[in-house]
Design a protein around this ligand. Structure first.
Ligand SMILES: CC(C)(COP(=O)(O)OP(=O)(O)OC[C@H]1O[C@@H](n2cnc3c(N)ncnc32)[C@H](O)[C@@H]1OP(=O)(O)O)[C@@H](O)C(=O)NCCC(=O)NCCS
Length: 166
C-alpha cells in the first residue's frame, strides 16, 4: 500500500459562534466544539485512508480558554501517527475576536479513527511518510500515547466482558 505524507490529508474548518452554539454563560458550548473537532478530524481520516473511518476514541481534549459568541473559530486537523488500521489525528483550535482580530489558542485534541471495510471490520491504512525532524517527533510522541490508549482500551474491553458475564 502506498505511503502518504500528512499534508495530503490535513484539513481546516472555520465557524462563527452563533447564539445556538453557546451555553448559559455566553461561551461556546463544549459539546458543539467536540462536534466540530470530530468533523474536521474525520475529514483528515477519510483523506488519509480513502475509505470509511469511524471515531474510535477521543483520548485527550484540553479546553484552555473560553470561546465567546461572535468569535471566529478555526480548527486545524492533521494526522500524526498510524498503526495497522488506526490513525491518530490532532486537532488544534484557535479563536479570533471579530472586531480586534485578537487570536488565541484555545483547545488541543487527539482522536483515534479506525478504518473499516464495508462490513465494519478494521482494515489497513497507508503508513506515514516521515520527512522532517518534527514529523518524527510527532510520530514518536503519538506512539507513546498509543501505548496508553491500547492499555485503556483493554481495561474497557475487560469491563465489558465482565458486564456480559454478570
Ligand atoms: C472501532 C471498531 C471498528 C473496532 O473494531 P474491533 O473489531 O473491536 O477492532 P479490533 O479489536 O480488531 O482492533 C483493530 C484496531 O483498532 C484499535 N481499536 C479498536 N477499538 C478502538 C477504539 N474504540 N479506539 C481506538 N482504537 C481502537 C485496536 O487497538 C486495533 O489497533 P491496531 O491497528 O493497532 O492493531 C468497532 O469497535 C466500532 O465499530 N466501534 C464503533 C465506532 C463508532 O460508532 N464511532 C462513533 C461514530 S463514527
Amino acid at each position: 500500500m502506498e505511503k502518504k505524507y500528512w499534508k495530503e490529508s490535513a484539513a481546516q474548518l472555520q465557524r462563527i459562534v452563533l447564539p445556538e452554539d453557546t451555553n448559559v454563560y455566553g461561551n461556546l458550548y463544549g459539546g458543539r466544539l467536540v462536534e466540530w473537532i470530530d468533523n474536521v478530524a474525520s475529514i483528515v481520516a477519510f483523506r488519509h485512508a480513502r475509505r470509511k473511518a469511524v471515531t474510535g476514541s477521543i483520548d485527550s481534549l484540553f479546553f484552555m480558554s473560553p470561546i465567546r459568541m461572535g468569535d471566529i473559530v478555526s480548527l486545524d486537523g492533521r494526522i500524526n501517527f498510524v498503526t495497522t488500521s488506526t490513525m491518530e489525528i490532532e486537532v488544534n483550535v484557535y479563536s479570533e475576536e471579530g472586531t480586534t482580530g485578537d487570536r488565541r489558542f484555545t483547545t488541543k485534541a487527539f482522536l483515534t479513527y479506525v478504518a473499516v471495510d464495508d462490513l465494519g471490520h478494521p482494515t489497513k491504512v497507508p503508513q506515514l511518510i516521515l520527512k522532517t525532524e518534527e514529523d518524527k517527533r510527532r510520530y514518536a510522541e503519538a506512539e507513546q500515547r498509543n501505548i496508553v490508549r491500547k492499555r485503556n482500551l483493554e481495561i474497557v474491553k475487560r469491563a465489558m466482558r465482565e458486564k456480559v458475564s454478570e
